[in-house]
Design a protein around this ligand. Structure first.
Ligand code: HEM
Length: 412
């Protein structure tokens, strides 16, 4: 199967539909509800080519093949240079983000991934469950009542506190880390000079904080991930810069993503009161419910930025060297070939795993922790506030790669 080409194979109509879908996808209404747009895309086929040459993959099977194919690699430097940042390594925010493991290829990626995986073991993640429970209970107890913005009051501070606790950041610094991480994460969506300026200040400060923490843990190890990473020896030892970059990546990767899961997950539940009632009443439903909420409205909607260095074929799709490709995760998660009644929220669904955590060598390292956060927090919110309801229209955050909310007014 060759990608359906908007320019040559099917004339203006197809081109126009793809252009239209792409324009609307990034608009506020498209970010709030991209699913009708994805349905239009899917009608054209599981793989289509936009008039600018970008290949858009909406099919589940095709996305899995693409994410797992090692011939597709990441080259952030090229994109940054094309966007006017040839000297990106001189800017602290761009260097800290784009030199991180998330943007590296094997073998550099393999070494870093092995090292951090050795510290981020299933046992350590499971030991975080009571920590997640305590952070959840404390934040819910502190809610003022009446109408609150669930994003500011819960969905942002909760995952920051969890990753900060995992790393060993003292709780007195959690609020500061939230604002630093927020300013720095902006460069994932927007690399305008003003944004980079702001993100640079945050990246420098965050780097200093993690350097101090690493020095402290080298002298006084504790039961946290920073102590384990600092203690690694031999070939596996991280340099000081790698260590700071890794800690910052963990913070940023587990922050807006989990926040999106908690806030959009709550919206989905409040819009399906019968499903919410089941989750309140059946604690055993928490595991499959979290999985379904991760599928239903994924906190990562697009995985862009992988290219092949030469002409290749993946799942029958021909890709030219350096042709941009975007996996439209949110569309794959609703592929009717894989999920029955994909547009419905069915908390006890037992079908294929969602694509939301990506695939291949970059498969989300924090997926087990993100699952625990949703399994603990969402039932806890519903049980503590039996009358909770939407008190206004949720406002999406800017950007569509990481898809979350800025405002979620709820009355408790
Ligand atoms: C619901 C929440 C989350 C979602 C949807 C999510 C999704 C993803 C996705 C799609 C990727 C792959 C990106 C790519 O291939 O370019 C990824 C990578 C990653 N995630 Fe997550 N994530 C979540 C939470 C977390 C948490 C809580 C952590 C850590 C505390 C984390 C740490 C990472 C790291 C370190 C990577 C890079 C892995 C690598 O490059 O090898 N994530 N995540």
């Amino acid at each position: 199967m060759a990608p359906l080409d908007g320019r040559s194979t099917s004339g203006t109509d197809t081109s126009q539909i793809i252009t239209d879908v792409l324009d609307k996808m990034y608009s506020e209404s498209g970010r709030a509800n991209p699913y009708p747009l994805y349905a239009q895309l899917r009608e054209l086929g599981p793989v289509v080519t936009a008039p600018d040459g970008t290949v858009l993959i909406s099919g589940y099977a095709e996305q899995r093949a693409f994410l797992q194919d090692h011939r597709l690699t990441k080259h952030p430097g090229r994109r940054l240079a094309a966007a006017g940042w040839p000297d990106w390594r001189d800017r602290p925010s761009l260097q800290l983000m784009f030199e991180s493991m998330l943007f590296l290829n094997p073998p550099e990626h393999t070494r870093l991934r092995r090292l951090v995986s050795a510290a981020f073991t299933p046992a350590r993640v499971e030991r975080m469950r009571p920590v997640v429970e305590r952070i959840t209970a404390d934040l819910l107890d502190a809610l003022p009542g009446g109408t609150v913005n669930f994003v500011e009051d819960f969905a942002l501070p909760m995952p920051i506190a969890v990753v900060a606790a995992l790393l060993g950041v003292p709780s007195s610094d959690w609020a500061m880390f939230q604002s630093l991480a927020r300013d720095w994460t902006l460069v994932l969506d927007d690399i305008s000079p003003a944004t980079v300026e702001r993100a640079d200040r945050a990246a420098v400060e965050m780097g200093e904080c993690f350097t101090r923490l690493a020095k402290d843990r080298a002298k006084h190890p504790q039961d946290d991930m920073m102590s384990v990473i600092v203690a690694a020896q031999g070939d596996d030892k991280l340099t000081g810069r790698e260590l700071v970059t890794m800690a910052a990546l963990l913070l940023v990767a587990g922050f807006e993503t989990s926040s999106g899961l908690l806030s959009k997950g709550l919206v989905a539940l409040l819009r399906h009161p019968e499903q919410a009632a089941r989750l309140r009443a059946e604690p055993d439903l928490a595991v499959s419910a979290a999985e379904e909420l991760i599928r239903y409205d994924s906190p990562i909607q697009l995985v862009p930025n992988r290219t092949a260095e030469e002409d290749i074929e993946v799942a029958g799709v021909k890709l030219a060297a350096r042709q941009p490709v975007i996996a439209v995760i949110g569309a794959g998660n609703r592929d009717p070939k894989v999920f029955s009644r994909p547009e419905e929220l069915i908390l006890d669904r037992q079908e294929a795993p969602p694509l939301s955590f990506g695939g291949g060598v970059h498969y989300c390292l924090g997926a087990p922790l993100a699952r625990i956060e949703a399994q603990v927090a969402l039932p806890a919110v519903l049980r503590k506030f039996p009358d909770i309801e939407l008190a206004g229209t949720p406002v999406p955050r800017a950007g569509h790669v990481i898809s979350g909310l800025l405002k979620l007014p709820v009355s408790l």
